[in-house]
Design a protein around this ligand. Structure first.
Ligand code: C2O
Ligand code: CU
Ligand code: CU
Length: 431
């Protein structure tokens, strides 16, 4: 396993809106990497995408100005064709953008006490406790999933919490698994923020889907002093499709992620849910200057013969290009879309008729979900986002407020990392 300034994962990096931070990223791997700030609204030359390569032994020093509302973001490598393996090995961390106003909003704000980072992952382990990453053809098709769940790098940890309201900052940092979260006693919990920041008011749920790359901040009330487990249902959206029959996992019941126990030593500071969190205007759909469509292709021009070819170890050369968007596999030298700085567009994303859900992510931009399969999105996903789980069709309203020159474009891609690495990614400039 590998980590960032740690043996596994990286530190939670906490930044303030308005700050300018001189980051220093030193590549001590024996291969090229990059470090992408997923969720930060920054110009492309400091975004850390595949063009911001850091050679082994080299240092990358981007200076980053935080000019966005409070949110939970994260960071992870993004090297061309090698993102899945590097992230799987442990290279990822949470970033918290704070504006110092959470306490005034009535939100828990005591980091590590009633404001907790929760990084969700799944792994496969070998006989010596080592991480195993040997994706076969089916792992590439459906994304590589593990049989062991980790929270903050630990198998089924226990957290001591105050007997009051606690904020959990959920981050799905798995390569491919969608978590279908709930509490073991089915208690309600309240979504207060999505990828890009606060919702207008807390949204009550008893179940929450969190797709790869997504973040949600949720409030949970532990005032009853009962111990309770955070569990996940099987990943229905990503089970093997029609070709494969029922998945191994679908037979299994709820899986344990972690346990919460109240601790008398911790003082409960928040007892009531805040009523109002932020003002969130309806997306100004009429201001959109363009409408574009993106079809995600999981098996471009491949019949069963092609699939046989892919099943050989290592996948072969062609596997790199087996997936794409609008019939084209990712190419570093091709800019697919050029948007105008300071404008908004409507993007329609479709899963190409395949029975699988894809978490579609856009760099350097924030969007609102307008519709999912023709219906309005759930209230908890109606705020600013940078990942949308598309199982059939979705429409998003995207704002382009960060520049990206033609020689240093931003990425949009499926956040199933095996799909991204195999070509389900495109590039856009903002000029
Ligand atoms: Cu989380 Cu293109 O990345
Ligand atoms: Cu990103
Ligand atoms: Cu995908």
């Amino acid at each position: 396993s590998r980590g960032i300034s740690a043996s596994y994962l990286g530190p939670v990096v906490r930044v303030r809106s308005g700050d300018t931070i001189p980051f220093r990223v030193e590549n001590r791997l024996d291969e090229e990497t990059t470090l992408h700030w997923h969720g930060l609204l920054v110009p492309s030359h400091v975004d850390g995408g595949p063009h911001n390569t850091i050679k082994p032994g080299a240092v990358w020093s981007p200076e980053i100005t935080i000019k966005q509302p409070a949110c939970t973001a994260w960071y992870h490598p993004h090297p061309h064709g090698n993102t899945a393996r590097q992230v799987y090995s442990g290279l990822a961390g949470m970033m918290i953008v704070s504006d110092g106003a959470d306490r005034d909003r009535g939100l828990p704000a005591d980091y590590g006490v009633d404001d907790l980072p929760i990084v969700l992952q799944d792994k496969r382990f070998g006989g010596n406790g080592e991480l195993v990453y040997e994706p076969g053809m089916m792992d590439i098709m459906h994304g590589f999933q593990g049989d062991t769940l980790l929270v903050n790098g630990v198998i089924t940890p226990e957290a001591g919490v105050p007997a009051g309201i606690v904020c959990l900052r959920l981050l799905n940092a798995a390569n491919a698994r969608v978590f279908d979260l709930r509490f073991s006693d089915r208690r309600p919990f309240f979504v207060v923020a999505g990828d890009g920041g606060l919702l207008a008011r807390p949204v009550e749920v008893r179940r929450l889907l969190v797709a790869p790359g997504e973040r949600y901040e949720v409030l949970v009330d532990f005032a009853d002093r009962r111990s309770v487990d955070l569990v996940t249902a099987p990943d229905a959206g990503h089970g093997p499709g029609m070709m494969m029959g029922p998945s191994r996992r679908s037979a299994r019941a709820m899986e344990l992620l972690m346990r919460f126990k109240t601790s008398p030593a911790l003082k409960a500071l928040v007892a009531n849910l805040p009523r109002q969190l932020a003002t969130l205007a309806e997306p100004d759909v009429k201001s959109a200057v363009a409408r574009r469509t993106f079809e995600l292709n999981s098996m471009m021009g491949m019949g069963m013969m092609g699939m046989g070819m892919m099943s050989r170890p290592g996948g072969g050369h062609d596997a790199r290009h087996m997936m794409g968007i609008n019939g084209r596999s990712f190419a570093m030298g091709r800019v697919d879309v050029t948007a105008k700085l300071g404008t908004a567009e409507i993007w329609e994303i479709s899963a190409g008729g395949m029975p699988m859900a894809h978490p579609f992510h856009v760099h350097g931009a924030s969007f609102r979900i307008l519709s999912k399969n023709g219906a309005r999105p759930a209230a908890y996903e109606s705020g600013w986002k940078d990942v949308v789980l598309v199982d059939d069709h979705a429409e998003i309203f995207v704002r382009f407020d960060n520049p990206a020159q033609l020689n240093m474009p931003f990425m949009y891609h499926c956040h199933i990392l095996e799909h991204e690495d195999h070509g389900m990614m495109g590039q856009f400039a903002v000029v």
